[in-house]
Design a protein around this ligand. Sequence first.
Ligand code: PEP
Ligand code: MN
Length: 357
Amino acid sequence: MTKNTSKIIIAGPCSAESKDQILSTAKSIEKIQDVSFFRAGIWKPRTRPNLFEGIGEKGLKWLQEVGNTTNLKTTTEVAKTTHVEKCLEYNIDALWIGARTTVSPFSVQEISEALKGTKKIILVKNPVNEDLSLWLGALERLDKVGIKNIIAIHRGFTAPSGGAYRNNPLWHIPLELKERCPELPIICDPSHMLGRREGLQELSQQALDLGFDGLMIETHPTPEKALSDSKQQITPKDLKELLQNLQFDSIELRNKRILPQHDKSLKALRNLIEPLDQELLEVLQKRMKVVKQIARLKKTSKIKVFQKKRMEELLGKVEVAAQRKGLDKKYVRNLYKIIHNESVNRQTEIINVLEKR
Ligand code: PEP
Ligand code: MN
């Protein structure tokens, strides 16, 4: 099927579960214009044990059949040498390194060595923690063994639970990666970023508007019955609709088409936001001054810097105040955890300096 876009679109279930699930999903996805890769996890890196850890090698046979009977390229996750060897044996087209593996230079090195000499496409997800160097390091290790076809996948970074994202986008990190490696295609995985189906359309559009080179979207015939990531997967039918509703042309081109008065109103609203941000910073500065005074007092009266009861009291108070102001209480709670943590760190620093005198 001819494609509408040059973007790299990857779709398929979080995990391979049965032959029928894999083949029927692939057949449905094949009919969707613009999808070029079929994904399915064979070995699943579960955060906690005793959850579904993947179907294992027999799933590779099903993926190979997808490769042989559809026009989709196949891809799965590899986390160690034996995974790489099995994928090469079953002729999987592209292998991805998952977020929990990118954090480990030993594992990435081992995988890179096992890949030496292959012409396969290798995709590298960002590490779970917000560390661009680890991501770059993994890309460099692959480059060093001569891998030419590398694609980075931005899936977000571990986020506090209860927030809007399962994994925080922190867009500045992949954008910095793009600046450092302009030739490297970077695609976005909004499914793992959001952790839920609702909002996937908007987040996918946001990624395209930021210049990402494609998307990886988890797709399952019956998402609510999926053995992993059931909340975030969508049906092939919904995937088709999502892709049809996306605007693939660049935001610059679209902005030129947007009525100039919209542009003006946006500028005016942004002008309102900027002084508010300044005000926020000034309040934070004032707060920090008081925090420093508290540090000195704690030092003279030998009171411990971190007091659990005080933290809970503070978080409780701001939650109630946030609710009264119509703000999301989890958002404010998380924000205050950061503010409080910084206060504790600064107080500890101050007391350490005073004690050395
Ligand atoms: C996945 O793609 O199913 C997966 C486990 O992703 P991540 O490594 O991004 O958590
Ligand atoms: Mn998943």
